[in-house]
Write a protein that binds this ligand. Structure first.
Ligand code: COA
Ligand code: AMP
Length: 635
């Protein structure tokens, strides 16, 4: 039997990356063609499309208008929480973006300057991202569910000239004022932005700080449209901070050239959509999914993208997704399995699906966490379209493994995100960096160079980039996921090898939470582990050892640390439970047995490690956990 189309494309992309991506790059508009597709003269640092010049915003908007798509919807804002739907054509979106670019330019933002965007899911968030890219400025979007402290950390690292924000966000029926969080972040941060542009939403207007804050409407009114500024293909487009193993997040850098090339290509080859089709990623612009597949990818490809300000359930019910798909004729959708678990919980028989015409819907893509077979089968059964689990990370910017609908649709194996996407040379290695046998679990790594559109480095942190990702397995990028490849080359992603947990598809660091708990004056020692949660996949659970002599009510201390995590990291951490224990179980060399504690909490079988220092601590942990409803066996 001949090689399938996927294998042939993958082989070609790995045998001749420069040839492969050089051809793909012809689909992007360049002011100046690159001199070199791949510069590999300085490993482990690789650069794509060196010498080329382009503009990301031009490729996302202006190009399509010139090609006759000016009147096609570019973005549909669908907001059940404000009961509004608004469509922007490519021309309308370009005009708004050009005007905001003019406004930002008049506030002093130019090529290479950073702009932080801290916004809810409103179209102005996408407009702000595109306006920065029009100017060659570098945006850094911060997810709205992060608290002031996290925002301040990002302000200090990115050193933005301007912050673009809004008066409030809406979480279901609740109004979340954003402006006080921003004010507090600026107060804490050492770096002070010169200006803030604030979008006043009617449901909660913010108090503006004289001399610092500008009203979005006023700056737009006064601004003249700004044209696209050519930038080098290797210039940064954005920084997206993601959880590292400490409280200091990692600033993943995306460059302009490789990003445009790779994302445009994935729209057809991975997601199987054509220009003009409606594509919907039900995520948030604050996450990588939002960057790649709410904003840039669909617009590069001439799609109509949906920006949804709502939840899968409760806005108003578990039929919300089906309503959006039917109403806007969505062809392909992307979300996290947790959203489907939420829908399944509210509408187990999928009865609400029958109320909508989903005949134009062709594929569902899931990512962000391991897709449990139950959820996969439920979605397949009720939607009757391919349900594609695909694996990727903030760092890679686009899928590492997927069932590439636009190349060759392969049979689904539940629990596997299928096979490596062309460009991704995925291997499984053991701790000695030797390739593992098929079926054996090891570290999932990608052979260097990573393809275009991934990340050339971390913002101002080349050394951390090498230390975190490239040094443990020389020659490879460490994904920090563990898993295996089966006989057919399907990849299985089992778990993280570091302290990252996925809570409702949101990436969080338990190490960062431990830093917060440890700063409580009564806490001597602590640990945070991710435990099983039916809806969110995982949730964090804290263990506290109190300082000697503290005789306060432990419940009060727990409440205080819960509040501290909410205040310092944000509500998105979903940190609600902690237990006070006399001591933490450790190995004789002093390593906390987090893995064993997690197993006890999850009620799964565990072995007492031979290296344990004192096993009574384990018994005490089990006792404390059962008092708060953990350590029980579940289905
Ligand atoms: N701004 C402010 N607060 C936010 C926020 C935002 N953008 N996003 C979430 N939060 C808050 C929530 O309101 C909640 O606050 P609470 O503790 O006061 O209730 C907290 O952060 C935790 O949020 P979350 O974990 O999302 O829980 P939820 O109960 O609100 O919703 C789901 C659960 C499953 C419905 C929701 O997480 C979801 O739709 N997830 C799937 C899609 C997704 O976003 N995936 C990301 C990558 S693809
Ligand atoms: P993020 O950077 O937020 O996109 O999170 C990336 C992490 O989410 C990965 O390293 C995995 O641990 C997890 N992840 C994402 N997609 C999948 C998937 N399809 N299957 C299993 N884990 C996934």
């Amino acid at each position: 039997m001949g090689k399938g189309a996927l294998q042939a494309t993958l082989d070609r992309s790995l045998r001749d990356p420069a040839g492969f991506w050089g051809e793909v790059a012809e689909a992007v508009y360049w002011y100046k063609k690159w001199q070199k597709v791949l510069d590999d003269s300085r490993p482990p640092f690789y650069r794509w499309f060196v010498g080329g010049e382009l503009n990301t915003c031009y490729n996302a908007l202006d190009l399509h208008i010139e090609n006759g798509r000016g009147d096609q919807p570019a973005l549909i804002y669908d907001s059940p929480v404000t009961t509004s739907i608004k469509t922007f054509t490519y021309r309308e979106l370009r005009d708004m973006v050009a005007t905001l670019a003019g406004a930002l330019s008049s506030l002093g933002v130019g090529k290479g300057d950073r702009v932080i965007i801290y916004m809810p899911m409103v179209p102005e968030a996408a407009v702000a991202m595109l306006a920065c890219s029009r100017l060659g400025a570098v945006h850094s979007v911060v997810f709205g569910g992060f608290a002031s402290n996290e925002l301040a950390t990002r302000i200090d690292d990115a050193k933005p000239k301007v912050v673009v924000s809004a008066s409030c966000g809406l979480e279901g029926k609740r109004i979340i004022p954003y402006k006080p969080l921003l004010d507090e972040a600026i107060r804490i941060a050492s770096h002070k932005p010169k200006k803030c542009v604030i979008l006043q939403r009617p449901m909660e207007r913010a108090e503006l700080v004289a001399g610092l804050d500008c009203d979005w409407d006023e700056v737009m009114e006064a601004a003249k449209p700004h044209d696209c500024v050519p930038v080098a293909g290797t210039d940064p487009l954005y920084i997206l901070y993601t959880s590292g193993t400490t409280g200091q997040p990692k600033g993943v850098v995306r460059d302009n050239g490789g990003h445009a090339v790779a994302l445009k290509w994935t729209m057809k080859h991975v997601y199987g959509v054509d220009p003009g089709d409606v594509f919907w990623a039900a995520s948030d612009v604050g996450w990588v999914v939002g960057h790649s597949y709410i904003v840039y990818g669909p617009l590069f490809h001439g799609n109509t993208t949906v920006l949804y300000e709502g939840k899968p359930v409760g806005t108003p019910d578990a039929g919300a997704f089906w309503r959006v798909i039917a109403q806007h004729k969505v062809k392909a959708m992307f979300t996290a399995p947790t959203a489907f678990r939420a829908i399944k919980k509210d509408d187990p028989s999928g009865a609400l699906i029958g109320n909508y015409d989903l005949s134009g819907f062709k594929a569902l893509f899931l990512a962000g966490e391991r897709c449990d077979p139950d959820t996969l089968h439920w979605a397949e059964r009720h939607l009757r379209v391919p349900v594609i689990d695909h694996w990727w990370q903030t760092e890679t910017g686009w899928p590492i493994c997927a069932n590439c609908l636009g190349i060759e649709q392969l049979p689904v194996k539940p629990g596997s995100p299928t096979k490596p996407v062309p460009g991704m040379d995925v291997r499984v290695v053991d701790l000695q960096n030797r390739e593992a046998k098929r079926g054996d679990i090891g570290a999932l790594v990608i052979k260097l160079p990573l393809p275009p559109g991934t990340f050339p480095t971390l913002w101002n942190a080349d050394e951390r980039f090498v230390d975190s990702y490239l040094s443990q397995f020389p020659g490879y990028y460490k994904t920090a996921d563990a898993g295996y490849m089966d006989e057919d080359g399907y990849v299985y992603v089992m778990s993280r090898t570091d302290d990252i947990i996925n809570v409702a598809g949101h990436r969080l660091s338990t190490g960062a939470m431990e830093e917060v708990l440890a700063s409580h004056p009564d806490v001597a020692e602590c640990a945070v582990v991710g435990v099983y949660d039916e809806l969110k996949g995982q949730i964090p659970l804290g263990f506290l050892v109190l300082k000697r002599g503290i005789d306060r009510d432990p419940g009060e201390i727990v409440q205080e640390v819960v509040q501290m995590v909410r205040q310092r990291i944000g509500p998105v951490a979903a940190f609600r439970t902690a237990v006070v224990v006399p001591g933490l179980p450790k190995t004789r060399s002093g390593k906390i047995l987090r893995g064993t504690m997690q197993k006890i909490a999850d009620g799964v079988d565990y072995k007492i490690p031979a290296t344990i220092d004192d096993s009574t601590a384990l018994t005490e942990v089990a006792g404390a956990l059962s008092q708060v409803g953990y350590a029980k066996k579940h289905e």
